[in-house]
Design a protein around this ligand. Structure first.
Ligand code: AMP
Ligand code: MG
Length: 332
């Protein structure tokens, strides 16, 4: 235990474009810094993102320790995003944990990235038992805790909502991340053009809408602002239809948002309207905790540790394809 007698956790996030390091002391975020890979044009290339992380990890660690006035010897536990994610990126985080574990003999906890998006809303917003609309780059899932595990009640059948936004932005010649650029365009319009609305049971599909958007854009008959506006209205309505149905089925009265796309002001607004209409509460952490961040990994590790989850002494691993419902939840 560190000198202050409080558990100090150093947490790492590196599932995709963001390399983040945070230090958590009990439930308090002492520091939460990140370096995010971006491009001027074109999307995320996993190996380039991993090289970016490699180039920044040591400096970021030094900055986090210096700025928080922490010595590595004060750290009691390491935590990292072990999956799901892009293998080359996950490996950079895992290797840093391995290095610190071997050199300083600090034990570690492996954290599921999607579960961490949900847990952080509970710690930071006071949500007790929410349905989480997790709307990020690669992942789009509606998750809730039922029958002893985090279950996926609905998800995308093809691409994640963020990847979908980024793909259309890339097609328009805008760089990565495209979501904020689409959002800026959408803000300039109120002219709705009908697009394929594709909800299948509890799942959604986005590739048909992407094809249609490309065709409409190529026809040169429509303004990109109108396409961006219509895209947001249609895709977000699909996400909220599934979220609302999950709330009704599970009899849950809380909706939480997570993932980078949840930074979108229109998605936040539509979520609040849906909750108000059904007498539910809507919980949205501030943007720095919606996007990929290391604080959520540390806070989740803190909960896991406090709840009796086993800590590991050696050989950190990665699980690029780990699904939310495969996580054994022994800390709730
Ligand atoms: P994540 O993987 O959770 O960090 O989220 C990254 C995704 O969020 C990328 O696809 C971004 O384009 C998207 N994103 C970030 N900010 C916004 C925004 N304001 N509106 C829509 N999408 C956004
Ligand atoms: Mg994420």
């Amino acid at each position: 235990m560190s000198k202050s007698n409080k558990m100090k956790i150093l947490a790492i996030e590196s599932t995709a474009h963001t390399f983040g390091i945070a230090i958590i002391e009990d439930k308090k975020v002492l520091i939460n810094l990140k370096r995010a890979y971006t491009t001027e044009s074109g999307g995320i290339i996993p190996i380039n993102a991993a090289n970016y992380h490699m180039a920044h990890k040591d400096d970021l660690l030094e900055e986090v320790l210096n700025e928080s006035n922490t010595k590595i010897e004060d750290i009691d536990l390491l935590a990292y995003s072990a999956g799901p994610g892009l293998s080359p990126c996950l490996r950079v985080g895992r290797d840093l944990v391995k290095e610190l574990n071997e050199k300083h003999k600090i034990p570690f906890i492996e954290v599921n990235h999607c579960v961490a998006h949900l847990e952080i809303t509970k710690v930071l917003t006071g949500a007790k038992d929410p349905v989480l609309l997790y709307a990020s780059g690669a992942n789009t899932q509606v998750i809730a805790f039922e029958g002893g595990k985090y279950r996926i009640f609905g998800e995308t059948l093809d691409q994640g909502i963020g990847n979908f936004l980024d793909s259309f932005a890339r097609y328009l010649g805008l760089g990565f991340p495209g979501g904020p650029k689409i959002s800026d365009l959408a803000d300039k319009s109120k002219n709705y053009i009908e697009l394929p609305y594709s909800v299948k049971g509890m799942d959604i599909s986005l590739t048909g809408m992407l094809t249609k958007l490309k065709q409409l854009n190529d026809s040169k008959k429509y303004k990109v602002e109108d396409l961006a506006y219509s895209l947001q209205e249609t895709a977000f309505a699909m996400l909220l239809e599934v979220s609302e149905r999950a709330m009704a089925h599970c009899d849950k009265k809380e909706l939480a948002l997570g993932g980078g796309v949840a930074c979108n002001t229109r998605l936040k607004e539509m979520s609040k309207i849906m909750c108000k209409e059904r007498g539910a509460k809507c919980f949205i952490p501030e943007n720095q905790f919606l996007v990929d961040n290391a604080a959520m990994i540390g806070l989740t590790a803190n909960l896991m540790h406090a709840g009796g989850h086993k800590i590991n002494k050696s050989n950190p691993e990665i699980y690029p394809y780990q699904r939310t419902d495969q996580v054994i939840v022994d800390w709730e």
